[in-house]
Design a protein around this ligand. Sequence first.
Ligand SMILES: O=C(O)C(=O)C[C@]1(C(=O)O)C=C[C@@H](O)C=C1
Length: 288
Amino acid sequence: MIDSTTKIAYLGPEASFTYLAAKGMFESEKLQPFPTIPDCLEAVADGRVDLAVVPIENTLEGSVPLTLDYLFHEVNVYIVAELVSKIQQQLLVHPNNANKWEQIEAVYSHPHALAQCHKYLYYRFSQVPLHSYTSTSAAAKLVAENPERNIAAIANASAAQKYGLTIAQSNIHDFHFNHTRFFVISRENVRIDKSTKVDTGKTTVMLTLPSDRSGALHQVLSVFAWRQLNLSKIESRPLKTALGDYFFNIDVLADENEPMMKGAMEELAALGCTVKTLGTYYTYETPS
Ligand SMILES: O=C(O)C(=O)C[C@]1(C(=O)O)C=C[C@@H](O)C=C1
């Protein structure tokens, strides 16, 4: 599945957390930066690359809605692996401004990174405007390219090194246990199976309920419950058709080829659910 010609998109530019996660799994020569999550997913969906690495969920801030929604609404692709990385956020400034970082005029980062540092920013920089950027490394690059502006980025220590920035404050995320899950996405329903995997497999299904009737969700959950299929996540997201219409993202700790899972999928279809399966995949821990 992975050979010398494999191209892998990631949310760039270089030194994003997504880059570090991808580099922990694949050779860096195969990695190609794309500016946004939709760009990565479109590139894999239309065949410009073979795989894409995108963030899906963080322990402090929850799901990355753009990834979740895009996987349901916009592209037909599969998850072939999950990467989990520790996330340590740093406040980065241009070296020219290193001795006046306490007077920064703006902070730039990915919305998830800003949210992971909410308390720090609230108590230290409550008057300073926060600006969302496409990724943490894009924010670091912006700070590097604008030395005349006393602005900061929230990004990782590799980004400081890559873009020649100074770490003004280390580990500014609000809670110590800060990890992000990333998906490796492919057009084919295959899986990356290496001895370094840390689990026995998980299947992601996205579904809509048959109709808005009482007990519909209960019925869906009992499909998994009586088969003793353990769920590790359930989350609803807007279906974007009307207020109160949702789709559900469900992660099941089982292989889609197990008889119980096949039975569950058949029963969901019989109940009238629309089910989109994103495949079974293994989890890998990647250094950050
Ligand atoms: O990869 C990056 O650097 C990103 O900006 C994305 C992202 C995310 O969406 O969760 C990745 C990891 C961190 O949780 C913060 C931001």
